[in-house]
Design a protein around this ligand. Sequence first.
Ligand SMILES: NC(=O)c1ccc[n+]([C@@H]2O[C@H](COP(=O)([O-])OP(=O)(O)OC[C@H]3O[C@@H](n4cnc5c(N)ncnc54)[C@H](O)[C@@H]3O)[C@@H](O)[C@H]2O)c1
Length: 375
Amino acid sequence: MKDIKTVGVVGFGVMGAAIGLNAAMSGYRVVFKELNDELVATMFAKGVKKPLEKRVAKGKMTQEQMDAVTGMITGTSSYDDLAVCDLVIEAAVEKQDLKIQVFTDVASACPADSIVVSNTSTFPIESLMTGVPSRDRVAGLHYFFPANVNRLVEVIRHPETSDDTYEALMAFARQNRKVPITVRDFPGFAINPVFIASYLILDAFFGDDCNARTLEQVSQDALGVKFGIMWVQNGTGLGTCYHAGASMYDYLAATEIGYPAVPASLKRKFEGGELWDLEGGEISTDAGLRQAVSDRLLGGIFAISTHLVEQRVVSITDLELGITTSLAWPRGPFAMMNEKGMAEVKRLVDVSAAAGDFKLPQKFAENDLTPWPGV
Ligand SMILES: NC(=O)c1ccc[n+]([C@@H]2O[C@H](COP(=O)([O-])OP(=O)(O)OC[C@H]3O[C@@H](n4cnc5c(N)ncnc54)[C@H](O)[C@@H]3O)[C@@H](O)[C@H]2O)c1
């Protein structure tokens, strides 16, 4: 297994900074690569020094410890300086052509056995590695925002990722005090297909009878969470939510899985530069409406989770772990299904299929109502 000591991070933005800082604090040497030296300096001040100084001020770290961490970090605007890296994490802007070029440039700058991964949220890893000669060392390492706090990391394997590469990435994630789950290269990977579907379904109900506060409360009640799906969308940014939703729909709607369409309400809000209003208006007391929203939300979550397992994208255990870790839901979808009872779950996935959100997973098409094992 490749012994990772030095990590390159291409793209010293919000995610790259947190990923690299996390690695430096876990004992790795880190080389940040940006477009120019000015950006390297600005981001070092903003994304490395500032958060560390805050930790020192709060007494969570000594000045000596901070100096030791910053001493592990260098920055560059040249790919040549990544030649010392055992692992390079691509965290540049979300543009496919750019990422393909970064992978190509990294592969030609680094030794043949360096591992190259992407933190892309939407592009299949396989689509990014056309310029990399040895694809067994390519994978995905998908962190979640905010990457210094959220502990989940999806380790994405495409068909040619070697066992050695995979094992080295699992060990790297654990050394970074992250919770890694194993995911097959699939549109959106494992967590986002569930999360994105949940907000597309809710947003479709938005209108005169059903305001954002109502949708927020229904999602809190259905999932048992303190912060509901509307609140999380506001935190993510409605532009990001819209583009991610459109991308998932394009990848999956016409397949045997299906996917909810992007509702006009989300497009309007994002184009108007607005957020979901979680303060204004009365919460609806219409029990029928609330039930309809809740049924379709849960039906969609249960349908996509079942599809992901049937398609061997992720195991039941890893999806449970991933959802509870990254989204902070108290229970994952499979535990929720077992708790509700499979006859009720079948009713809910039928609601989802009738609404055109998802096709019926094989288990439910065959009327197999045995509970999920191992949860
Ligand atoms: N922000 C999130 O919530 C989130 C979550 C998971 C994954 N991601 C993914 O992480 C990646 C980065 O997202 P972000 O939010 O940090 O974006 P960002 O815009 O904050 O940072 C991207 C950085 O990449 C730099 N860059 C562009 N081309 C480069 C090149 N050729 N060489 C070096 N640097 C280059 C830009 O100057 C910029 O500083 C994207 O692929 C995104 O989809 C983001």
